[in-house]
Design a protein around this ligand. Structure first.
Ligand code: ZN
Length: 239
């Protein structure tokens, strides 16, 4: 059944930006509603800025910004708990679940998105989860979204809302290429876990992003604290 309206979960990072551009292509900007959930993460204010600027550029007017106090208070992640430092990316990204994992975070995001979708009559929820070239967070796996769709069908009045994960099987370089084709404003995005004026270039999120741009043969348009070091770390891995 053709959906008329969609909600996009837009953190402000490169993947969610491409996802928002896809939703706009598929539904038209007037039928896309963008959600940002902050949760006490270090880069909360910078992400919100990216969210607003991306929405402005893509013409998305319907917006919801909420703060999840539960995740902020629970902590347990280097993103939300100042007792842990945001680590520099290791050599084996994705082999173990890193300390930047926020416990069951995407379920909180999706729950807000589903509630909002029910109220505004949206039938699709776009989320830019990526399984490959990622940190190996368990809430970025396809089976998780399949299970969540069953929860939505069982637990909503309408029962027709579905999550779509258009990027989940894509490599990061493919996401960059897709974003370029769609005119996704990468220069407005923010992916870094720790920096707010310049991206650090060394956290896992920065490294994955820099690798993606390097593998796509492109320069990442956002400013990095240590461009030389960042570029050195951004060498694409041999396939
Ligand atoms: Zn960073």
């Amino acid at each position: 059944m053709e959906a008329k309206k969609s909600v996009v979960v837009l953190s402000g990072g490169m993947d969610s930006c491409v996802c928002a551009a896809l939703a706009v292509r598929d539904f038209g900007a007037e039928n896309v509603a963008a959600l940002h959930v902050s949760y006490g993460q270090r880069t909360e204010a910078r992400e919100q800025q990216a969210f607003r600027e991306i929405c402005d550029r893509l013409g998305i007017e319907q917006r919801l910004l909420v703060r999840n106090q539960a995740l902020a208070q629970i902590g347990g992640s280097a993103l939300t708990d100042s007792d842990f430092a945001v680590p520099a990316a290791g050599t084996e990204i994705g082999q173990q679940i890193p300390i930047t994992y926020v416990p069951f975070r995407n379920a909180h995001f999706l729950s807000v998105a589903v509630s909002w979708a029910e109220v505004i009559g949206a039938e699709k929820i776009y989320i830019g989860a990526v399984e490959q070239d990622s940190s190996g967070y368990p809430d970025c796996r396809p089976e998780y979204y399949e299970a969540f769709n069953r929860v939505i069908r069982a637990g909503t009045k309408a029962g027709r809302i579905g999550i779509v994960t258009p990027l989940i099987a894509m490599r990061k370089a493919e996401i960059v290429a897709l974003g370029l084709r769609l005119g996704a404003p990468f220069e407005l995005t923010w992916s870094c876990y720790s920096g707010q004026s310049r991206a650090c270039g060394v956290c896992e999120s920065c490294v994955l992003r820099l690798r993606a741009f390097a593998a796509a043969g492109l320069q990442d348009p956002i400013p990095y604290q240590d461009q030389v070091r960042a570029a050195g770390e951004a060498e694409p891995e041999p396939e």
